[in-house]
Design a protein around this ligand. Structure first.
Ligand code: ADP
Ligand code: MG
Length: 313
């Protein structure tokens, strides 16, 4: 194990007082992130994702527990940490609304005391990979959401942070803009070794980008591992979708009828209990079948089942 994680979280909690009583937004979580990891942080709405990111980036004070980023306590050492950590929130801008993008970048350069030559070189590279050239003279308020997100990313990584926190950066983006953001993040992680924590409820983001997935629900971590391991642990249920020749009751040993609609039946079965071939043979022995398809569990189903609190089989 690498002895120097870039993020260390231990017993971290955040409780909000609201008019309807206390809300335990983050209810005691533990994890470590090593340099260069690309971590997806997923969970349903209200699970505690943004609250965690805000504590890691020093915007919110934890109610209990410990968080360290690059060996520093974020809320105590925000200024020193600011140069080593970038943050992007999908739903609010960190750029200057009325300034042309170019001037926003200049301001970022001054704020983070990036030497002008270095800033120019990095900016040239970012403008190229994020296709920002035509946008430089445009005030931020006039950018489309996808354009603005590319600009936010450029501003966040301009100081060359070691770790980048992204809170729902692809929310509301069209397919093309999403692809541009993903390509950029993948390269940043691979070429610069930047550690990325990506909060998203877009599981496509995760399967395309992340080496590791953490799932939070009701303020607790309910999964921390690879996407592959998740598939292996939970993805054992397959579904045989059958179109019968006639609308009749179906019973096949080794399968459970999950759903019926007209002449279509959904038969669930466990991968390690019966093969698809054997199940089909049993089915055909008793029924006339017009069509068959086999559905493998996809990551969305698996995560949805975990959200619902279904235990692994
Ligand atoms: N400033 C706040 N005051 C009170 N409750 C809050 C505040 N911020 C978040 N919450 C509550 O904390 C819980 C977690 O919110 P959040 O971290 O934003 O979830 P997520 O980002 O996963 O959707 C929710 O129940 C939310 O309503
Ligand atoms: Mg959120």
């Amino acid at each position: 194990m690498n002895p120097h994680p870039v993020i260390e979280v231990e017993g971290l909690r955040k409780r909000f007082r609201t008019r309807r009583g206390p809300v335990e937004a983050v209810a005691g979580i533990d994890f470590r992130v090593q340099p260069g990891e690309f971590v997806g942080y997923a969970g349903p709405n209200g699970a505690g994702k943004s609250t965690t990111v805000k504590m890691m980036s020093g915007i919110l004070l934890p109610s209990a527990g410990r968080v360290e980023v690059c060996g520093m306590v974020p809320y105590r050492e925000r200024k020193r940490l600011a140069r080593r950590m970038g943050v992007v929130f999908g739903q609010r801008t960190q750029l200057w609304w009325d300034l042309p993008l170019e001037e926003s970048f200049e301001l970022v350069g001054h704020l983070y005391r990036i030497p002008p030559a270095e800033r120019a070189a990095r900016l040239a590279r970012l403008e190229e990979v994020l296709a920002l050239g035509p946008l430089l003279a445009v005030p931020v308020r006039s950018l489309s959401l996808g354009q603005r997100m590319r600009a936010e990313l450029a501003a966040a990584v301009l100081p060359a942070p070691e770790v980048l926190f992204l809170d729902e950066p692809t929310i509301g983006l069209d397919v093309e803009a999403k692809a541009a953001v993903r390509d950029f993040l993948r390269e940043l992680n691979r070429d610069q070794g930047t550690t990325v924590i990506l909060t998203t409820h877009d599981l496509d983001d995760i399967t395309r980008l992340c080496s590791r997935l953490m799932i939070i629900d009701h303020g607790r971590l309910i999964y921390d591992g690879t996407v592959e391991a998740l598939r292996t642990a939970y993805g054992t249920t397959r579904v045989l979708v059958v179109d019968l020749a006639e609308d009749e009751p179906v019973q096949v040993q080794g399968a459970v009828l999950a759903r019926a609609e007209g002449r279509r039946r959904w038969l669930e079965f466990a991968r390690d209990e019966v093969s698809a071939a054997e199940l089909i043979a049993r089915l055909l022995a008793g029924h006339e079948v017009a069509d068959l398809t086999l559905e493998e569990p996809d990551i969305e189903d698996i995560v949805r089942r975990i959200y619902r609190g279904e235990a692994p089989p």
